[in-house]
Design a protein around this ligand. Sequence first.
Ligand code: ZN
Ligand code: ZN
Length: 347
Amino acid sequence: MSTVMLKKAKTLEPLNPNKSTALFGGKSSGILNWNDIAYPHWYKMYKRLIGNFWQADEVNMASDVKQFSTLTEAEKDAYLKIIGLLSTLDAPQTRTALLLSLYATDPSVQSIMAVIAQQEAVHNESYSYVLSSVVSLDEQNESFQLGRTDPVLMKRNEHVTNHYNLFVEEPTIENILKTMVYTALLEGMFFYSGFAFFYNLARHNKMVGTSTMVSYINRDELEHGRFIAELFRATLGENPEHNTEEFMDWVYQAFETSVENEIEWSRYVLAEVEGIDLDEMAGYVKYRANKMLRMMGLSELYPEFVDNPMRWIRAYVDNFDGTKTDFFEQKSRQYTKTSDLNGFDDL
Ligand code: ZN
Ligand code: ZN
């Protein structure tokens, strides 16, 4: 297998064609005509992403500010730990989107990644925004230290950290593919036990502002996961020499280990939280892993979790389409028009 380092794409190369010859390591002029791109349906993905625009301070935190002090100690603790976790995992996504974009030789990928990076920046801002609404600066800082100090969280993030950093040092096709695998895991699975915690609070009428914000993040992450899965499949298709048994073993192993770490984390952080069945949560994690594997064109690892075993959560995520009322705000929100590619329904 080749270990050729990819070069960053040049900004403008007028001698090259506008329509790129490859996603990575190809030729393109740098000029983007959305009507003449190598993967035409990615325009729809771009439109859906851009249609999801929102920003943190649109969410009203007034009732959460009052309610936070009435949460149980276990709920407060989990709330701060999970925001810490989400911020730890979401922060690098801003930069990873940029890095993928720098090596992409297809300008449609560069534009899509620019939108994703912008949304990741908003996600990060929103964690600061909710925390600053409910706790003191000292407690906010403590929460943001967890990714550097909490051993369970650090173990959980170890593989992501190593591979993201390896991609920076050795930008080969193989490391780009591996980065996409971890990005798919982040966007499609790692965040979801955290999301579930906030939806569980919301179904008990607690911290509905925070949960509304989480639902916007969730909606973005689903789209990001969908695009990364597409990009992974297309990149592998263009580089068949990487589609080996050894590489696939690595992918499935990465999924398995990530599922185990995620379940371990959820049992640690949600142990004392009422209303969440930890076995059901473990099933939900496996269900999410299956979904991402399917999207990436791979086989499911957990055939007993093809359907979502955490039934109550459907009420909170099923409203991510253009027709339904926003569950949390109880008012119409302008969502992107859905298309046949939109599969929020079966989250
Ligand atoms: Zn994010
Ligand atoms: Zn994302």
